[in-house]
Unconditional design. Structure first.
Length: 446
């Protein structure tokens, strides 16, 4: 094409289109996209995860070497697209997955120590159990999951396997030879809706635990290490969630400096802080400030109590839903002062189900006959979740696995400032606003 032809072609472009193309675009704040839901993919690192004696659940937090998201591996490792999760809505228009996150997170993330929880991982694991339940057992699980039928649940939990997604969700079912084959209907449901792989194994063999460990490592980029339930089998349901995203505007490592972080007891520690003058969304609430920092795929939300305020009191008074959803944030240029942090955590037990009304599923009276096609006496004997998060100058990486161990009742086993220099809440959100992880940082050193 010669120069004259090029100019002739340009003359044919509609003037309105040219005006529209030249108009500056401002990204719509995520809180507006979420509406009343303000939901997040939240890896809840809780500075509030301690357990009272006799509660039946245990939690172990441990330090871990940070996974460095470097300039060299960011482009190679972070996918450009992520699977879209389209949760059902309640009658009030609320995202049911986020309602589950608020409800369970309020229980699991109370305490005074760092903690980490993935509500979406637990949701998928319980979803696989609910699909194979019957009668009152199924009714209790569906109510907990915010679903009115198994068909709705299966539609809700659709997972389409794709390569190199920035958000990866995987499911698997491990069946001991002594249990026999799963029902054809259940197998089809978990394979088509949950994208689950069914493994037939012998839990008595050490190779089985190693195989499960490899599967979890592959699905989570090695961030979380699988620990076999004791004893395992005859049926274990496994879910993994992996999330990795770069900040829309990464922090400069040259601006990272050591500064003071004040613990809830007033003790001061020295820690590395990332510093940057970056655009975000800010909301000033009653007794707290909420800031949202955009990721390439989603966002991370920070909730900071006012100076002198108690993180625990704020959470007890308002709850996760109000803190994440109330008010309309404004886009602003914010001077961010964020501690680098990374750790892993775990929780274990079935007390959560009892507390939230699903008590039948953990007893010998549970009915999971849909899994095997007959009443095999299966019940949920234990739940384990392990999580890991890393936050640095380049972005966020987080992973989790949730395992539901099922036994048989007769089974014999083989411009503003956001200075995060004191305990705060945070949440990681996908683009649709679905809660994947939610957390509290009471001490960035773990």
């Amino acid at each position: 094409m010669n120069r004259k032809d090029l100019w002739d072609a340009l003359d044919q472009i509609d003037d309105d289109l040219l005006a529209e193309a030249s108009r500056p675009r401002r990204k719509r704040p995520a809180w507006r996209r979420w509406g009343a839901l303000a939901a997040c993919f939240v890896l809840v690192v809780t500075g509030i995860w301690t357990w009272e004696r006799g509660r039946g659940e245990t939690n172990q937090a441990s330090d871990s070497a940070p996974y460095a998201i470097t300039a060299e591996n960011v482009e190679r490792d972070i996918p450009e697209t992520a699977p879209e999760i389209m949760p059902e809505k309640t009658e009030e228009g609320e995202n049911v997955m986020n309602q589950f996150a608020y409800q369970t997170g309020q229980y699991l993330l109370e305490g005074t120590e760092n903690g980490l929880y993935s509500p979406i991982s637990l949701y998928y694991a319980l979803g696989m159990a609910a699909a194979g339940a019957a009668g009152d057992t199924q009714a209790q699980l569906l109510e907990l999951l915010g679903m009115d039928s198994v068909d709705t649940l299966l539609q809700q939990c659709q997972v389409t396997p794709q390569e190199q997604e920035q958000l990866q969700i995987a499911n698997s079912i491990w069946v001991d030879d002594t249990l026999g084959a799963l029902s054809e209907t259940y197998t089809q449901q978990v394979e088509s809706s949950f994208g689950a792989t069914v493994f037939s194994v012998d839990f008595r063999l050490p190779e089985t635990a190693e195989q499960m460990r490899r599967w979890v490592a592959e699905q989570t980029a090695g961030l979380v290490e699988y620990t076999p339930s004791d004893p395992s089998g005859p049926l274990n349901l496994l879910n993994t969630v992996y999330f990795k995203s770069q900040w829309q505007a990464p922090f400069s490592e040259a601006n990272t400096q050591e500064d003071v972080f004040t613990l809830s007891d007033g003790q001061e520690i020295r820690h590395e802080f990332m510093n940057g003058d970056l655009e975000g969304v800010l909301y000033q609430g009653d007794g707290y400030r909420r800031g949202e920092l955009p990721l390439e795929n989603g966002s991370m939300v920070f909730i900071l109590p006012e100076e002198g305020g108690s993180l625990q009191s704020l959470l007890a008074e308002k709850g996760w839903q109000s803190l994440l959803c109330e008010g309309e944030g404004e886009t602003a240029r914010i001077q961010w002062h964020i501690p680098k942090f990374g750790w892993e955590d775990s929780w274990q037990g079935t007390d959560l189900l009892r507390k939230l009304g699903a008590d039948l599923v953990v007893t010998s009276g549970a009915d999971f006959s849909g899994i095997t096609g007959e009443d095999s006496g299966l019940y949920i004997s234990d739940i384990t979740q392990k999580t890991h998060i890393e936050v640095d100058e380049y972005g966020v990486e987080a992973a989790a696995y949730t395992e539901i161990a099922m036994k048989m009742s007769a089974y014999v086993p083989a411009e503003e400032s956001m200075d995060l220099n004191r305990p705060f809440l945070y949440a990681i959100c996908d683009e649709a606003g679905n809660i994947l992880f939610m957390g509290v940082c009471a001490n960035p050193e773990g």
